[in-house]
Design a protein around this ligand. Structure first.
Ligand SMILES: NC(=O)c1ccc[n+]([C@@H]2O[C@H](COP(=O)([O-])OP(=O)(O)OC[C@H]3O[C@@H](n4cnc5c(N)ncnc54)[C@H](O)[C@@H]3O)[C@@H](O)[C@H]2O)c1
Ligand SMILES: O=S(=O)(O)c1ccc(CO)cc1
Length: 253
């Protein structure tokens, strides 16, 4: 086990990629505070056993983030790993995006990572080290129509990862990102798997010919959280079935 006695906070942790990350970190020996805006998510932590706790929070709100960190310190005494995973999608043509929706998506997807990163890094500074992982997307690099604030938020997350890494390196804190391709979760179903045509379009641009599984993202998160990534900071690793390597379509089986 690579994360024995480490303590992690995972946001957006009661389903999808976040839940897979929490499960994998526990498998690697960590204690995990699962954080989600859905209070019914507490069951996910209960199912993971004694190594897991749940805290209900809207990570786009500073007061909730400060309470999340306090609850983690009260439960486990430290924070070694933060996985900034919570995020939402949004579909509308650029001409139809409301100001409120633009602000909401940027607040949830981007500002939350600033708020959680700053609050947790202040703890990590006292501990002389830690690892922060920001969940980006292939859509930091690939713009797709009708995903305006989402695409903007993901591009900004990559820059946030870099600038956080520069300011935190002196404290022994590494900051990296993960850019998943299309991963079979509720968000992807909303965003891209809503129709056979959308699925065909995605698979025609995916050399591996399939969508990814949440566990295939979680394994990269566990790597970046561990000392196996001790010389990595400021990077975003794409986990996309070859999506970004491709600039033409492939036949869909
Ligand atoms: N699924 C994909 O294809 C894919 C691809 C690339 C990137 N991502 C990114 O991975 C992350 C997780 O995606 P997913 O597919 O697992 O999504 P999901 O919708 O299945 O899960 C997201 C979780 O975040 C929680 N959440 C939403 N807003 C929150 C808030 N304000 N505070 C706390 N929790 C909140 C939700 O309740 C939910 O449990 C997101 O950042 C997403 O942008 C997903
Ligand atoms: O349409 S896609 O570019 O494949 C795509 C991939 C991932 C997500 C979620 O970040 C949305 C759209």
């Amino acid at each position: 086990m690579k994360l024995t006695d480490k303590v992690a906070i995972v946001t957006g942790a009661t389903q999808g990629i976040g839940l897979a990350c929490a499960q994998r970190l526990i498998t690697e020996g960590a204690k995990v505070m699962l954080v989600d805006i859905k209070p019914e998510g507490a069951g996910a932590a209960t199912a993971l056993g004694e190594q897991a706790r749940f805290f209900a929070a809207d990570v786009s709100q500073k007061a909730d983030v400060d309470a999340m960190v306090a609850a983690t310190l009260a439960a486990f005494g430290r924070v070694d790993i933060l996985i900034n995973n919570a995020g939402v999608t949004h579909a509308a043509n650029f001409l139809d995006v409301s100001e409120d929706d633009f602000d909401r998506v940027l607040r949830i997807n981007l500002k939350s990572m600033f708020l959680c990163g700053q609050a947790v890094a202040r703890v990590m500074v006292r501990q002389r080290g830690g690892a922060i992982i920001n969940m980006s997307s292939v859509n930091a690099e690939l713009a797709i129509p009708n995903q305006v604030p989402y695409v903007v938020s993901k591009g900004a997350i990559n820059q946030l990862t870099k600038v956080m890494s520069l300011n935190l390196v002196e404290h022994g804190i590494r900051v990296n990102g993960i850019g998943p391709g299309t991963i079979l979760t509720e968000l992807a179903k909303q965003a891209v798997m809503a129709s056979p045509e959308a699925r065909h379009t995605i698979l025609s641009r995916t050399p591996m010919g399939r969508c990814g599984e949440p566990e295939e993202v979680a394994s990269i998160a566990a790597f970046l959280a561990s000392d196996d990534a001790s010389y990595m900071t400021g990077q975003t690793l794409y986990v996309d079935g070859g999506r970004l390597a491709l600039n033409y379509t492939v036949p869909v089986q």
